[in-house]
Design a protein around this ligand. Sequence first.
Ligand SMILES: Cc1cc2nc3c(=O)[nH]c(=O)nc-3n(C[C@H](O)[C@H](O)[C@H](O)COP(=O)(O)OP(=O)(O)OC[C@H]3O[C@@H](n4cnc5c(N)ncnc54)[C@H](O)[C@@H]3O)c2cc1C
Length: 423
Amino acid sequence: MKNRYDAVVIGAGPAGLIAAGCMGKSGLSVCLLEKNEKSGKKLRITGKGRCNITNSRPKNEFIQAYGKNGKFLYSAFSVFFRDELLDFFKNTLNIEVTRERGGRIFPRSQDAHEIADKLTSWAENQCVEIVYEHRCISVNPGEDGYLSLQITHENKPIDLLARSVLIATGGISYPGTGSTGDGYSLAKNLGHSIIPLKPALVPLITHEGDKYGLKGISIKNSLVTVLTDGKKSNRLFGEFLFTHFGVSGPVILTLSKDIVNALNTGLQVLLHVDFKPALDENTLDKRLIREFSEHSNKCLKNILKFIIPEALGTVCLAETGVSGDIPCHSITSSDRKKIGYWLKNFEIPITGYRPIEEAIVTSGGINLKEIEPATMQSKINPRVYFAGEILDLDGDTGGYNLQAAFSTGWCAAKGIIALLTQK
Ligand SMILES: Cc1cc2nc3c(=O)[nH]c(=O)nc-3n(C[C@H](O)[C@H](O)[C@H](O)COP(=O)(O)OP(=O)(O)OC[C@H]3O[C@@H](n4cnc5c(N)ncnc54)[C@H](O)[C@@H]3O)c2cc1C
């Protein structure tokens, strides 16, 4: 390790890796500091280990997936968006991709390690010096236009000088992966303001816990309507998961940001779940009639499983008071209607959310007003740049957060190259 570099990148996550490689390729001397013993610990667990890299939704819709701060990304996406990312994966990293439901794009290998390993090797091949188990503890303006960095390695201090620094230390969720929020203190020390940190994409708690014994049961196509103080505030279609403390799954995670805000302002939150949204009440009733007549001599409890997961069927019978032991031909129309109503009108009161450490992403972070959107350059110290989840940007599930990390990382690299090579 040298004692001065053109650029030091703090954090070998997706944002830091792509940025470091890009700068190394341009001929700058680059050091990538990573406090863990390996790169991309969080990247390696994304998409349940399959890594949902990005999404095929059109750019305008894509931007909406980040809420009101999404417009900050227009400049970065005009330079490096999905097509550029996929082109980079294919032609530079030799990674093929596949598209799935909801426009989600994964590596064909379905292996997040492939992305992390190939990105890391590529960065190394661009002469980036990656130093593991080195934690940056401060960045300060130094002399002769350099920034001075304090690093710790095996409890020993190391001083480093850099002509520019990219802070790509991630958020504060899943701290076991290395994102423990160090970057926020580095930024504060440099004069930046931090928008308060909150969990986004976080599982929700109900005081009833696993009242129904349904933990682990997931329903692929449900329609979840959020009622805040009795008023419909949001509605989303997707996969819903029961857990031991409440609910999770993509549809819940996506709705969670607004629910967290509602709970924090003292509003009552109730989820209304329709387990059969593709069928209106009449069509569902006809479907039940058909199933029951096709299996007229079988017990109801053995037939409901053709319509919903078996465990959910058991709860449906218990809640509606309809006996599961009667043969289907003896079910009264009133009981059948009770079942149909229950399937379309399940309600869960939401009383809290899991801690930020369990959130998929962090909401809040470096105030975007203090960052140049085309280059990720700090407006406070022009030698400092930010990229990835540390910024006050968070997207829905579906590949949006990784795309933001890659795009902002790429643009930060281009910004630093321009800064350091301008005559
Ligand atoms: C379980 C889970 C699943 C996810 N799945 C998806 C998905 O499928 N698709 C998607 O788009 N998003 C997904 N995300 C979100 C996505 O992983 C993050 O938004 C993304 O990794 C952020 O990238 P980053 O480079 O900004 O930060 P990180 O990936 O958090 O990387 C930051 C790096 O900085 C290092 N670091 C921190 N402080 C220091 C320091 N002081 N000195 C040196 N190094 C430091 C950390 O060790 C870490 O390696 C998922 C997140 C989780 C938790």
